[in-house]
Write a protein that binds this ligand. Structure first.
Ligand SMILES: NC(=O)c1ccc[n+]([C@@H]2O[C@H](COP(=O)([O-])OP(=O)(O)OC[C@H]3O[C@@H](n4cnc5c(N)ncnc54)[C@H](OP(=O)(O)O)[C@@H]3O)[C@@H](O)[C@H]2O)c1
Length: 105
């Protein structure tokens, strides 16, 4: 049990989904982003662990990044990970949230 939160961008499948699962299974809360509908795998993870909040985000959408930041409000993000290739400069963790750690980028 932890009080830590990970932001996992691109968590619908593959590495992002696996990473979200690792965090959740280790007791972290997870903010997991998808571009479209929540994938079956992510929905199963959310239901199984009760630790996953799904958010919509396309990293090429600057306004969408700002909107997610707004939705997160004061929520503390302890780790950030982005699986989509070639992230835009505006999606660098230190720009997403002051408390994001670039170490896991
Ligand atoms: N898998 C491997 O074995 C492996 C090995 C070495 C390196 N890598 C690298 O690791 C990275 C991730 O690999 P992967 O296999 O997990 O890739 P993947 O299966 O293509 O998954 C990419 C994830 O990123 C999301 N995504 C793509 N474009 C996005 C965007 N513009 N905004 C937000 N989310 C977006 C996808 O969401 P959607 O579902 O909406 O498309 C999906 O959830 C890649 O850079 C890859 O080159 C992978």
């Amino acid at each position: 049990m932890t009080d830590r939160t990970a932001l996992v961008v691109g968590a619908s499948r593959s590495l992002g989904l696996a990473l979200a699962g690792e965090f959740a299974d280790r007791g972290w809360d997870v903010v997991a982003t998808v571009r479209g509908d929540t994938s079956e795998g992510l929905a199963e993870l959310a239901a199984r662990t009760g630790r996953v909040t799904v958010e919509r985000l396309d990293i090429t959408d600057t306004a969408g990044i700002a909107a997610l930041r707004e939705r997160l409000g004061d929520r503390r993000i302890d780790r950030c990970s982005s699986t989509p290739a070639s992230p835009t400069p505006t999606c660098r963790p230190h720009r997403c949230r002051p408390r994001c750690s670039p170490r896991s980028w």
